[in-house]
Design a protein. Structure first.
Length: 384
């Protein structure tokens, strides 16, 4: 399979790299020690990212997107992750919301919500997890009850990233209009309106930048027309969009792998011991070789997944999605640990970027369905 990039794909990759150096690096210098960036900072960054043409590139042109392929989108997220995993993760979630609307929204919903995202006027989120759900849809307790021409939503969502920022969010809830009122539907909600409240952000050990909060719905009202897809389709819609989400989340992981490699080589070339750079020590050479192997195999697997996504064969997409997620997440943590060893004790200090990379890497095996469950899903696809 040919993984050489078109001129257009390379252009987007370079645009993302230049944007990261120009706009994100200064933010890290100012806010890097904080658990999350202030909402106004995130809002301004998103408008700049949209103006640079880096948001919604795979979305249709008629709604404000660029209609570009998934490989280009992967390259954009990857390049941003090389600078800041948290901002790249935020972009991945924002894109996930957009694909929900693009795949299942009505024409009116597409015209209303996709341009918001493409223009950076709002930051999208997705809310499924609750305090007692994990990945079990039957444990969802949030309810949407039809009252005239409006739905009234009550309940709690947990660990929802970007939920404190203005913009739309997909909420998965039990729908009163389904059999027994117990089947899940998807609803489009505007954040930070009456009946919508978030708690102070969780203090995460990594992926700093975006805030991750719990959401409390207290008789929040939305138009009945904000139902996304059909009644009772909520969980299936979640699964159908998960592959898109995996692609960009895997791109975050690859970007972090690349950053770990870059930092290890740079440090090893500059660090002097007994009058010579540590690149001359075989232990360091072995570590960097292992990091390079993990990086290159991860790169090939991710670009294969992106190519399969563009081809659109559902079963291949579902298989490659799980293979890529499992492999990249475990490889990233291995690469990050080895990069830390290259740095020695210095890597355990906040003075070097590798400390942040190691913390960010930990998210990859536990976020949005742990790897043990990913393996079971993969086995079911393989065994039929």
């Amino acid at each position: 399979m040919d993984f050489s990039f078109s001129d257009e794909q390379i252009m987007f990759q370079n645009m993302a790299r230049e944007f990261s150096e120009r706009e994100i690096v200064p933010l890290l210098e100012e806010h890097g020690e904080a658990d999350y960036f202030p909402p106004e900072v995130m809002g301004q960054l998103w408008k700049k990212m949209a103006a640079a043409g880096l948001i919604g590139v795979t979305l249709p042109r008629e709604y404000g997107g660029l209609g570009i392929d998934n490989v280009a989108q992967t390259l954009i997220v990857q390049e941003i992750a090389r600078t800041c995993g948290g901002i790249a993760w935020s972009l991945s979630i924002d894109l996930w919301f957009s694909m929900y609307i693009n795949m299942f929204g009505t024409e009116e919903q597409k015209k209303e919500f996709i341009p918001q995202i493409c223009q950076g006027k709002g930051i999208g989120s997705v809310a499924f997890t609750e305090p007692e759900t994990g990945t079990n849809p039957k444990a969802i307790t949030t309810r949407a009850t039809l009252d005239g021409d409006e739905y009234v939503i009550n309940g709690t969502k947990r660990f929802i990233t970007l939920s404190n920022l203005d913009g739309p969010i997909i909420v998965i809830a039990k729908d009163s209009e389904t059999e027994g009122g117990n089947k899940l539907s998807a609803f489009i909600v505007q954040k930070n309106v009456p009946g919508y409240r978030t708690n102070p952000p969780w203090k995460k050990i990594g992926m700093h930048g975006p805030a991750t909060c719990d959401i409390y719905f207290d008789n929040l009202r939305i138009p009945a027309g904000n139902l996304l897809g059909e009644h009772g389709q909520g969980y299936q819609i979640l699964l159908d969009t998960m592959e898109v989400n995996h692609l960009t989340h895997n791109a975050v992981m690859l970007g972090l792998c690349q950053s770990a490699y870059d930092e290890s080589v740079k440090y090893a070339q500059e660090r002097m011991v007994r009058g010579k750079p540590i690149t001359q020590f075989q232990t360091i050479q072995t570590l960097i070789a292992d990091i390079a192997v993990g990086l290159e195999v991860s790169r090939s697997q991710l670009y294969r997944f992106a190519s399969v996504m563009d081809a659109g064969e559902l079963n291949d997409v579902q298989v490659q999605s799980r293979i890529t997620r499992i492999f990249l997440s475990e490889t990233l943590n291995d690469v990050a640990r080895k990069a830390l060893r290259v740095h020695g004790c210095y890597g355990y200090t906040e003075d070097f970027k590798i400390a942040r990379i190691v913390r960010d890497a930990l998210f990859s095996e536990v976020i949005e369905v742990v790897n043990d469950v990913q393996r079971i899903i993969l086995a079911n696809h393989l065994l039929g």
